[in-house]
Every structure is written in structure tokens, then in C-alpha cells.
Design a protein around this ligand. Structure first.
Ligand code: PLP
Length: 467
């Protein structure tokens, strides 16, 4: 099997074309992808959406250029700013307090930034985010174009959006200039595959190719490129039908979960009033009301049901459904969560009846967290920390190459971060290089780390900072 797959691991032999100067099969495959996704031009990417996002930023900006980025962007965007030497201005995001998740930018928050910074070159935001929340892409792109700026949309979680009308809009459907489709996350494509699409005339293809030549491997995998071509074919020919089935099953699972005691599953109704949409193929489930963290639910699913979710945070688990999942599996997953909730509730009832073995205290059901379970009484709220944007005092690139020293997190307040600090997953930035670290950030990180949240950019309770 392995030997068979390795037969496809070829290179730029005659007749096999060249990704960095496509003239034959790769050019044709990219044209087919552009047609399927509704772009003017599509570039195959074999180094992940990270490479596509960073190439997009490099293609449109350079040293000192201002780029407006949504406060909740992925760390790949910050990498792009470091490479380009660009300066970020941040667009505030709305948050959801119940699920404690970011929702995204609104047209008002974007307009505020564009009015305040007329010299912004481009705007970058995510659609949908890791939790399936989509902002009003149509209004945001229209606004960006009214101000004559370039719209770059990170659709690392939205490669499937153009293939079904019941899903939130893709940037490709509203003329966004550059859209990154994370093929490996939501299409049947291999890890590291992605697509970079260009629409309209604002960004020349040569600028994109030039940036890709800087960032992308000079030895692109033909297996990955073939995987992209196959995924494009499946999406173009069967995507609508397969997605229709999975959306139907996802909605059934959502309502089954929401009818189960102690379980909350995010649906579009939770966010539509705030001006956002939800992609039902992302099941966001919380058992917070029966005092289980997302980490505990994920662990129980792994140990008891041999099921892995995409990721867990303090409050939620997130299961990503794709066009190759079927209704039976999706509903079985919902039932497994319902079982976990029933078992946990019974356990809690027992603790209430018998008294808490660890603390010796009597717990009541109205206690926010049962003390005997050894969990912090109040868990940190991830969404609230995103309501703050630390002050950017130098470009991410300047901070990256500045002299730095490592200090304990408690002592980092008021210092300038030399690193990108990210809660991982979901990979959303908390502190960007060049930003001044605040007490709210350090309090959150210390508290969250004690509850099992992993951070990139924070090492052994220390954070890298510059003087
Ligand atoms: C919103 C977002 N953008 C970009 C990326 C980077 O994608 P990749 O891992 O394909 O490089 C991720 C990865 O999780 C992501 O969540």
C-alpha cells in the first residue's frame, strides 16, 4: 500500500509540469479549481493555508504598510506581517458570552478602523472561524471595496462554503480579492493542501506568484497536488449533494443535543441576532451547565467512545463534519455526548447526596462547580480577553528581531512581547509581537494554563518579551 502510494511521489519530470511556472497539467488543474470555486485564478498550495495567507500578505504589502486585521485572526496572519514588515491595526470583534467564543468583526467595527486609518492597504479576516461563525462577508467586502482596499479572507475552515447555498457565504461569492480555502480541513484532501484564489484586478497574478516563490517549497509534492485535484473534482461534481446530506444530519444532531438535559449545542439562532451566521458542519457543544469543561468532555469521548474531536477549549468541544461523514455516525456522536451528560449528572447527584469526598463539604446543584472535582470555581473567559487589544508599539517584524529576554509572566506586564502568544487550539492570537502585554492578558494566561489551556509563545510559565 505504502509502496503503491510512493509511486505517485514524482517530481518535475517532462510532462508533469512545474507548480512555480505551470504550463500543462498543473495549469489545467488550477483552472478547473478556479472554475469550481468561482475564482478568476487559483493557485495550488502544498504548504498549508499558512503559506497561502502569508503569500497573500506578501503579495499586497511591504515594510511599513498598514494592514487591518481582525482581532481574532490566526497566528499565520501575524507570520505574514512579520515577513512583510507590515504594521497591523486591529478590528474589534464581537464575542458570545455563553459559549465564550469570538464571533468576528462587524461592518461597524471595520468602518471605524477604515475611517481612522485611511492609509490601510488591505483587510484580513476569517470566514468562518474555528467555531463555524461567519461574519457578514457581503457587507464587509462591499465596505472594503468602497474604501478602495484589498479584501483577504482566511477561509481555512471554509473551503466547502461555495458548494452549498445553505452554508454561510464564501468570500468568493462576493468578489473578495484573495481567498484562502483550507482544502485539507473541510474537503477530502490531504493535510497541508490549500488553495489561494484571486478575483478581480486589484492584485496581479505575478505578485502572488512572486510571493509564492519566496515562501512555498521548491519541491512541491505531486501526491498533495493530485489530492487537491481529486478533492476539487469531488466538490465540483458531488459536493452539493454530499453537503446537503451532512447539513441535514448536522441540524438533526444539533436539535437532538439541544433536547438533552445539560447539553447546549450552538445553532445559527444563537448568533444571527448579532449579525453572524453559523456553519452547521461545525458542531460546537458545551456541557458547562453540568460542570464539565470542554477538555473533560473531549477526554471522556476519547477514553470511553474512542472518538476524537477537532479540538476542545475550556467550555466547548468542536466536531468538524465534512462531506464524507454520514448521518449514522453524526447522530451516534450526538448520542455519545448525551450519554456522557447523563452519566455526569448522575455522578453529580451522588456527590450531592453523599457529600463531597474530597472537600468534606456538602455541595448543592446550584454550586457553579463542585469543589470535590478539583476544578477552579470560576473558569477563565476566553472571549473576554479578546475584548481587549493590547497597544502595538512596534511592528511585529521589529519585535521579532529585537533583543529579547525571557521573564516570568507575572513580571511581563508593561513589557513588549517579542513572540506571538496563542491559545492553541484554536490558534487565535492573544498577544502579537510588538504589543505591550497587559495585566488582563497575564492574569488570563496564568489562570487558563492552570485549567489545562496550552499556549504557544509561553514556555514553562514564562513569556518571551523585549525590553
Ligand atoms: C483560521 C485559520 N487560519 C489558518 C490556519 C493555518 O492553516 P494550515 O494549518 O493549513 O497552515 C489555521 C489552522 O488551524 C486556522 O485555524
Amino acid at each position: 500500500m505504502i509502496a503503491h502510494s510512493l509511486l505517485g511521489d514524482v517530481t518535475e519530470l517532462p510532462g508533469l509540469d512545474d507548480l512555480h511556472a505551470p504550463e500543462g497539467a498543473i495549469k489545467e488543474a488550477q483552472h478547473l479549481a478556479a472554475r469550481a470555486f468561482g475564482a478568476d485564478e487559483t493557485f495550488f498550495i502544498v504548504n498549508g493555508s499558512t503559506c497561502a495567507i502569508q503569500s497573500a500578505i506578501l503579495a499586497v504589502s511591504g515594510p511599513g504598510c498598514k494592514i487591518a486585521v481582525s482581532r481574532d485572526v490566526h497566528k499565520a496572519v501575524i507570520g505574514g506581517l512579520i515577513l512583510a514588515g507590515a504594521y497591523p491595526v486591529y478590528i474589534d470583534v464581537e464575542v458570545d458570552k455563553e459559549f465564550q467564543i469570538p464571533l468576528g468583526p462587524t461592518p461597524d467595527s471595520l468602518k471605524h478602523v477604515l475611517d481612522k486609518h485611511p492609509d490601510v492597504r488591505a483587510v484580513v479576516f476569517t470566514n468562518p472561524n474555528y467555531y463555524g461563525i461567519s461574519p457578514r462577508v457581503d457587507l464587509l467586502v462591499a465596505l472594503i471595496h468602497d474604501y478602495d482596499k484589498i479584501a483577504i479572507i482566511d477561509e481555512a475552515h471554509g473551503a466547502h462554503l461555495p458548494f452549498h447555498d445553505d452554508l454561510p457565504l464564501s468570500g468568493l461569492e462576493v468578489g473578495a480579492d484573495l481567498v484562502i480555502s483550507g482544502a485539507h480541513k473541510t474537503l477530502p484532501a490531504m493535510t497541508q493542501t490549500s488553495l489561494l484564489h484571486r478575483t478581480g484586478g486589484k492584485v496581479p497574478d505575478e505578485d502572488i506568484s512572486r510571493a509564492l516563490k519566496v515562501i512555498e517549497t521548491a519541491s512541491p509534492s505531486y501526491i498533495l497536488m493530485a489530492s487537491l485535484d481529486i478533492a476539487r473534482k469531488i466538490a465540483a461534481t458531488k459536493g452539493h449533494e454530499l453537503l446537503g446530506r451532512v447539513i441535514h444530519a448536522a441540524r438533526k444532531a444539533q436539535s437532538r443535543l439541544n433536547r438533552s438535559a445539560g447539553v447546549r449545542c450552538l445553532t445559527e439562532e444563537d448568533v444571527v441576532g448579532k449579525g453572524f451566521r453559523h456553519d452547521p458542519t461545525k458542531l460546537v457543544v458545551s456541557l458547562d451547565s453540568i460542570h464539565m469543561t470542554g477538555f473533560e468532555v473531549a477526554r471522556t469521548l476519547r477514553e470511553k467512545c474512542r472518538t476524537e474531536v477537532e479540538f476542545a477549549d475550556i467550555v466547548n468541544i468542536i466536531a468538524v463534519l465534512t462531506m464524507v461523514d454520514n448521518e449514522q455516525e453524526i447522530l451516534a456522536f450526538a448520542d455519545a455526548i448525551r450519554e456522557i451528560a447523563i452519566t455526569e449528572d448522575k455522578r453529580h447527584e451522588r456527590i450531592i447526596a453523599e457529600g463531597c469526598a474530597t472537600s468534606g463539604k456538602t455541595c448543592t446543584k446550584s454550586d457553579k462547580r463542585c469543589e470535590g472535582r478539583g476544578i477552579e470555581p470560576v473558569l477563565p473567559d476566553f472571549s473576554s480577553v479578546l475584548e481587549e487589544t493590547p497597544k502595538q508599539v512596534m511592528t511585529p517584524r521589529e519585535a521579532m528581531f529585537a533583543t529579547w529576554e525571557q521573564v516570568e509572566l507575572e513580571r511581563a506586564v508593561g513589557r513588549v512581547s517579542a513572540d506571538t502568544v496563542v491559545a492553541y487550539p484554536p490558534g487565535i492570537i492573544l498577544v502579537c509581537p510588538g504589543q505591550e502585554i497587559t495585566g488582563r492578558m497575564t492574569d488570563f494566561m496564568i489562570h487558563a494554563a492552570s485549567c489545562g489551556v496550552q499556549f504557544h509563545g509561553v514556555k514553562d510559565d514564562c513569556v518571551l518579551v523585549v525590553r
